[in-house]
Design a protein around this ligand. Structure first.
Ligand code: BGC
Length: 252
């Protein structure tokens, strides 16, 4: 089935038409800057522009950087506070005139990696982490998603006191604090070790921009758990959002 997959982020709104059976992009990827302030109305209007650029009339799957409970955003960690309690599914459906299915962005990336990437065919507990402005997580048990986990908000005990993981070892923190790769690796390792202790996963998958540089920081931590880099990289959010929409449509 072909679906327009969209990844809504803090800086850009990216989309492409996806063949959900194969995970292939049927069109080139288009990107529009996220409006500022990124209020629900402004983002919905930008999404409509993107949909018009594809001249798309079919279903849309969207990844969104908040927890999404049955189409409603419950949190707003790195987005405008006015998103909390917004019915994102209905807002986007009304504004675009297309049926929209919204899901947490990391869950979308996870769905893609489990179907087409590093988690393909893997049972047990698989934990995908996306390292970007924030840290997103997607947890799968025998291939089934436990939706809306927020492991980037885990509080870590650090040399600098108690800190939320995404305020300690996200890509944004690495850039803003100008952390070298070794220091970033030690910080990220502290996070992974804590997750390993608490959840005992079978596999970690690391996604987001820093995953391309994994070799530069991975010598700075020791894990018993297998760890892999995401294979679908920056298309994962778009593809996974489209696959989720296809699954939801087939359930209707
Ligand atoms: C949000 C998550 C999101 C992650 C990545 C976090 O700040 O709370 O919902 O998945 O950032 O965008």
């Amino acid at each position: 089935m072909q679906i327009l997959g969209v990844d809504i982020g803090g800086t850009g709104i990216k989309g492409a038409i996806v063949e959900t059976d194969t995970g292939e992009l049927v069109t080139e990827r288009k990107r529009i800057e996220t409006p500022r302030p990124a209020t629900p109305e402004a983002v919905a209007a930008t999404l409509k522009q993107l949909v018009d650029q594809f001249d798309w009339k079919g279903p849309i799957g969207c990844g969104f950087p908040a927890t999404i409970h049955h189409g409603v955003a419950f949190t707003a960690a790195n987005i405008d506070a006015s998103w909390v309690n917004t019915a994102v599914d209905s807002l986007f459906t009304e504004t675009t005139g297309c049926e929209c299915f919204v899901i947490n962005d990391a869950d979308a990336a996870g769905i893609c990696e489990m179907k087409f990437g590093a988690g393909k065919g893997r049972n047990g507990v698989v934990m995908l982490l996306t390292i970007g402005t924030g840290i997103g997580s997607a947890v799968f048990i025998d291939g089934r998603l436990h939706p809306n986990t927020e492991l980037g908000h885990l509080i870590l005990e650090t040399k600098h006191g108690s800190q939320k993981a995404e305020h300690y070892c996200s890509e944004r923190v690495r850039v803003e604090k100008d952390l070298g790769w070794n220091k970033f690796g030690r910080r990220f390792g502290r996070f992974l070790n804590r997750l390993e202790f608490l959840f005992n996963p079978d596999l970690f998958i690391i996604g987001g921009g820093v995953s391309k540089k994994f070799d530069r920081f991975s010598d700075n931590f020791t894990l018993r758990t297998e760890i892999k880099v995401a294979e679908t990289l920056n298309q994962a959010g778009i593809i996974g959002a489209a696959v989720n929409a296809a699954q939801k449509k087939s359930e209707n």
